[in-house]
Design a protein around this ligand. Structure first.
Ligand code: SF4
Length: 213
């Protein structure tokens, strides 16, 4: 989809959007933070527009930046497998990130991923709030400490907080779990298995949000 340049794009305009597709279309032209200068494209959330469960990660990586879709690289493949193990599928959920453009740093003349900065997360919050308002999920699963601190509690300690329902933005019930990239970074096979099991356990807990009350 082509981006739409919106030089007058401001917070009140975004706050009054009533259609997720329109929000996405406008977000594709967003230049609200410096990440606009280095991205290939904006990676807006995707999935069921009325999903009961929203998964929120940290930010797009190289493959996501290339394809314009969230969680399609190695971490996304691991997430898909964990979602399936928890008895869910990607077409039951909505998936997004706290920033919608890839944060990068230059290392040995190559671009590498880096965590988003507070100012970038703050600038992108208006899109996060638009997605929360328009999808209106019953539950949130924050993937990794960056998303959990941004959406649940800035002082949250991930390993202590995981497995418990907490209060997220707009009063939405929220869980925090490990980011799939963290699982992939574990070199020790046992540590990797343990981290992956935790991710599946937390996805299974979140899956209960899909059960009608
Ligand atoms: S990260 Fe968010 S706020 Fe920054 S340019 Fe991309 S879409 Fe806009």
């Amino acid at each position: 989809m082509e981006s739409v340049a919106h030089p007058s794009l401001d917070t009140p305009l975004i706050e009054h959007l009533t259609d997720l597709g329109q929000a996405r279309q406008i977000a594709l032209g967003c230049v609200r933070c410096d990440l606009a200068a280095t991205r290939t494209q904006v990676v807006f959330g995707e999935g069921v527009p009325t999903a009961r469960l929203m998964l929120v990660g940290e930010g797009p990586g190289a493959e996501e930046d290339r394809q314009g879709r969230p969680f399609v690289g190695r971490a996304g493949q691991l997430l898909d497998a964990a979602i399936a193990q928890a008895g869910l599928s990607r077409d039951q959920v909505y998936v997004t990130n706290v920033v919608r453009c890839r944060p990068v740093k230059v290392s040995d003349a190559h671009l590498e991923n880096r965590p988003p900065r507070a100012g970038e997360i703050g600038a992108c919050r208006v899109w996060m709030d638009a997605e929360l308002r328009l999808v209106a999920p019953r539950a949130l699963l924050c993937l990794g400490a960056v998303a959990a601190k941004a959406l649940i509690d800035k002082d949250l300690r991930l390993l202590e907080a995981r497995g418990q329902w907490l209060s997220g933005p707009r009063g939405i019930a929220a869980l925090a779990t490990l980011h799939p990239s963290y699982v992939l970074r574990q070199r020790d096979p046992e540590a990797r298995d343990r981290a992956r099991r935790m991710l599946v356990e937390d996805l299974s807990l979140a899956a209960r949000a899909l059960t009608p009350a």
